[in-house]
Design a protein around this ligand. Structure first.
Ligand code: MG
Length: 191
């Protein structure tokens, strides 16, 4: 079975590190905004203009992605999925325009953390299409809207990975998971 997996906040704790540097940035730039980590929109979450968002990404994004840590049990879980015969395809919207050499940076991070995979797709702005192209049967992402788009194709099963900004979503059309052990159990039942 081919499994498509998002990277940021699905296998990493990127948003925790993002918030750490956002606090530093706001202090330096005297942006007086009560940070709301339940918001995905950066203007609401951090009080940023478009200019702030660009400047922040340019200055900190590379550091954030390198500093991010794998989520609990994800290394073992991916290893297990590989043992069960699954192919792992990471599909991320991480953009080369934001950080030069995004593919290389992401591959290095996966290798450094001993996370096995069969394919890595960066710069992806249409995850449904990428899932279809790669014959994905199960897709895992923390972004509700991406999950909904993939789910609505009626071709691919979806698991939404729980995070701050989707934790209050109720009555979803697809399952929500809270950790990687839960994902392993669900995959086992599907094989
Ligand atoms: Mg994500």
């Amino acid at each position: 079975m081919n499994i498509g997996i998002d990277i940021d906040d699905t296998i990493t704790n990127s948003s925790d590190i993002f918030v750490k540097y956002a606090k530093i940035y706001n202090k330096i730039h005297n942006i007086d905004h009560s940070i709301n980590t339940d918001e995905l929109d950066q203007s609401k979450a951090f009080g940023w203009t478009q200019k702030n968002q660009k400047e922040f990404a340019l200055q900190y994004l590379k550091i954030i992605l390198q500093e991010a840590l794998p989520k609990e049990n994800v290394i073992e879980a991916i290893k297990k999925l590989k043992e069960l015969g699954c192919n792992i395809i990471f599909i991320t919207a991480r953009k080369d325009t934001e950080v030069d050499g995004m593919y290389a940076l992401t591959k290095q991070w996966l290798d450094d953390n001993n996370i096995e995979f069969d394919k890595l797709v960066v710069n992806c702005d249409n995850k449904l299409q990428e899932c279809i192209n790669n014959n994905i049967k199960l897709f895992i992402d923390d972004n509700y809207f991406t999950c909904k788009q993939v789910h609505d194709s009626k071709k691919i099963e979806v698991l939404l990975y729980k995070t701050n900004y989707n934790k209050n979503y109720k009555n979803l059309e697809f399952e929500i998971v809270e950790n990687w052990n839960e994902i392993i159990e669900k995959v086992r039942r599907k094989l």
